[in-house]
Design a protein around this ligand. Structure first.
Ligand code: FAD
Ligand code: PHB
Length: 395
C-alpha cells in the first residue's frame, strides 16, 4: 500500500487543476482517471471562461497559451423579437469573458503534469473509496492486471456526474436536487469563421440558438432540439438551415457554413448534491452539481470549487487549521446555488417551452427589460460574468 496526502479521482479539468495547484505548494497528490489522456482531451465541452477562472489558471501556471490564443470578449448579443441588443459586459461589470476551449485547458494541464514528472494514472479501473469517515481513508484501483491501494488524508471526488465519489456517500447523508429540462441542445463544431465577433443568444419562435466559437476560424453553434432527438436526424445541411432560420437576418445572410468536425446532443439538467463534503471526501465540480449550459457556468463553477478546496487543503498542511476545510461545502454551495438560479432563469428566458403565446410574450418583455433598463442589464451582466463571494481585481 502506498501513501499520499491527497487522492484525486477524475482527471478532467477539476481534478488536474486541483492537483496542479496543490503540487505547486508542495502537497503530494495522485490523480486516478478512468480514460486515456487522448480520450479526455477529445471531449468537446465548454468554451467560455469567467475572468476568475482565467485568473486561477494563471495562478496555477497553466495560462500562458490561453493568454496568447484565447479571445477576450467584452460583450454579447441577445437576439429576440426580430432585433438584436448588445450587452456590454465590461462597462456594466468591469469584467470580460475569455473564449478558450475546455479541450485546450485539458491539454495545458496535462502538459504541466507531464513536464513536472508528476503521475496521473490514466486508465485507472475499478476505482473504489474506503473508510471515508476515518482520518486515513483509502482508494483502491486496478491498472492493467495489477491492483493498487493508496492511503491518504483527503479524497477529492472530481469524477463528474457519473463518477463513483458521490455514489460512495450513504444516501441518508446527502440531499439531491434535480430538474431535467424538457429539451436538449444539438451542438456542432466547424472550421468556419464565426458569424459575429461576439456570442449571440437567440430567443426564436422555432426555439433557442447560440452562436459561439473556439477561435477566429472555428465556430461552435447550438440549437434547442427535442430531448429524445437523435444525431442521425441532423445532417449538416439541416443544422445550417435551421440555424439560419433562427438567426436575425443580418447574421443569417452572413453565416458561413462547412462540414461539421463534431456533432452531439446534450440533455439540459440542473442538479445539486449537498453537502459537498462527507468525512474526508470532498465533491468537486460536476460530481456535485450540473447546470444547463445556457449561462456557460459548468466549468467555471468547477474551477471555483477547486479554488475553495485548494485553499482549505493548503491551510491544513501549512498552518494546521481545518477551518477552511470545514467551510468548504457552504462556501462552494453559496456560489453553486446562485449559478444554478441564473442558468435556470436564462434557460427559461431563451428557450421555447410550448406553443403558448402568453409565456413567449413574457420572455420578450423580460428581454426587453434587459435591453432598456440599466438595472435589468446590470443584473444580467453581473450574473453572466460570475458572482463571486469575494471581489476580484478588474483586469
Ligand atoms: P468532468 O469534466 O466530467 O471530468 C470528470 C473526469 O472523471 C472524467 O475525465 C471522467 O472520465 C473521470 N471519471 C469518471 N468516473 C471515474 C471513475 N470511476 N474513476 C476514475 N475517473 C473517473 N459547460 C459549459 O460551461 N459550457 C458548455 O458548453 C458545456 N458543454 C458540456 C457538454 C457535455 C456533453 C458535458 C458532459 C458537459 C458540458 N459542460 C459545459 C460542463 C463542463 O464541461 C463541466 O462542468 C466540466 O467538464 C466539469 O469538469 P469536472 O472535471 O468537474 O468533470
Ligand atoms: C460554448 O462555446 O460551448 C458555449 C458558450 C456559451 C454558452 C454555452 C456554451 O452559454
Amino acid at each position: 500500500m502506498s501513501k499520499i496526502q491527497v487522492a484525486i479521482i477524475g482527471g478532467g479539468p477539476s481534478g488536474l487543476l486541483l492537483s496542479q495547484l496543490l503540487r505547486l505548494q508542495g502537497v503530494e497528490t495522485i490523480v486516478l482517471e478512468r480514460h486515456t489522456r487522448e480520450h479526455v482531451e477529445g471531449r468537446i465541452r465548454a468554451g467560455l471562461l469567467e475572468w476568475s477562472t482565467v485568473d486561477l489558471l494563471n495562478e496555477a501556471g497553466v495560462g500562458a497559451r490561453m493568454m496568447r490564443e484565447g479571445l477576450a470578449h467584452d460583450g454579447l448579443e441577445l437576439a429576440f423579437d426580430g432585433r438584436t441588443h448588445r450587452v456590454d459586459l465590461r462597462s456594466l461589470t468591469g469584467h470580460s469573458m475569455m473564449v478558450y476551449g475546455q479541450t485546450e485547458i485539458q491539454k495545458d494541464l496535462a502538459d504541466a503534469h507531464a513536464a513536472s514528472g508528476d503521475h496521473v494514472v490514466w486508465e485507472a479501473e475499478n476505482v473504489a473509496i474506503h473508510d471515508i469517515h476515518s482520518r486515513r481513508p483509502r482508494v483502491t484501483y486496478t491498472r492493467g492486471t495489477i491492483n493498487h491501494e493508496v492511503e491518504c488524508d483527503f479524497i477529492a471526488g472530481c469524477d463528474g456526474f457519473h463518477g463513483v465519489s458521490r455514489e460512495s456517500i450513504p444516501k441518508e447523508f446527502i440531499t439531491l436536487h434535480e430538474r431535467i429540462h424538457p429539451f436538449g441542445w444539438i451542438g456542432i463544431l466547424a472550421n468556419v469563421p464565426p458569424v459575429a465577433g461576439e456570442l449571440i443568444y437567440v430567443n426564436h419562435e422555432r426555439g433557442f440558438a447560440l452562436c459561439s466559437m473556439r477561435s477566429r476560424s472555428r465556430s461552435r453553434y447550438y440549437l434547442q432540439c427535442p430531448l429524445d432527438d437523435d444525431i442521425s436526424n441532423w445532417p449538416d445541411d439541416r443544422f445550417w438551415d435551421e440555424l439560419r432560420a433562427r438567426l436575425p437576418c443580418e447574421h443569417a445572410n452572413g453565416l458561413i457554413t462547412g462540414s461539421s468536425i463534431e456533432k452531439s446532443i446534450a440533455p439540459l439538467r440542473s442538479f445539486v448534491a449537498e453537502p459537498m463534503r462527507f468525512g474526508q471526501l470532498f465533491l468537486v465540480g460536476d460530481a456535485a452539481h450540473i447546470v444547463p449550459p445556457t449561462g456557460a457556468k459548468g466549468l467555471n463553477l468547477a474551477a471555483a470549487d477547486v479554488r475553495v478546496l485548494s485553499e482549505g487543503i493548503l491551510e491544513y498542511y501549512h498552518r494546521g487549521s481545518e477551518t477552511l476545510l470545514d467551510e468548504y461545502s457552504n462556501r462552494a454551495l453559496a456560489r453553486v446555488w446562485r449559478a444554478t438560479r441564473f442558468s435556470w432563469w436564462f434557460t427559461t428566458l431563451t428557450h421555447k417551452f410550448s406553443e403558448e403565446t402568453f409565456a413567449h410574450r413574457l420572455q420578450l418583455a423580460e428581454l426587453d427589460y434587459i435591453a432598456e433598463s440599466a438595472a435589468g442589464a446590470k443584473a444580467f451582466a453581473e450574473n453572466y460574468v460570475g458572482l463571486d463571494e469575494t471581489p476580484r481585481q478588474a483586469r
